[in-house]
Design a protein around this ligand. Sequence first.
Ligand SMILES: [Zn+2]
Length: 67
Amino acid sequence: MSLQNATPALFAFARYFTRPFCPHCGSEQMVPESSEFAGRGRVRHAWHCDDCGQDFCTDVELGNVTV
Ligand SMILES: [Zn+2]
């Protein structure tokens, strides 16, 4: 299965349960510094890379949300 054929819900599931990679140095991140609800079923994780010291955020959809 390629990502192009994955449903949005499956893609969100994969993003929620896999750890992101630092966009600056490519180091795999372990635990988010903080998480907050971003509205409409979305959660925003704030990450701090221990390897290069950069901060970045990821948004995760918790499921199918009717807008
Ligand atoms: Zn980094």
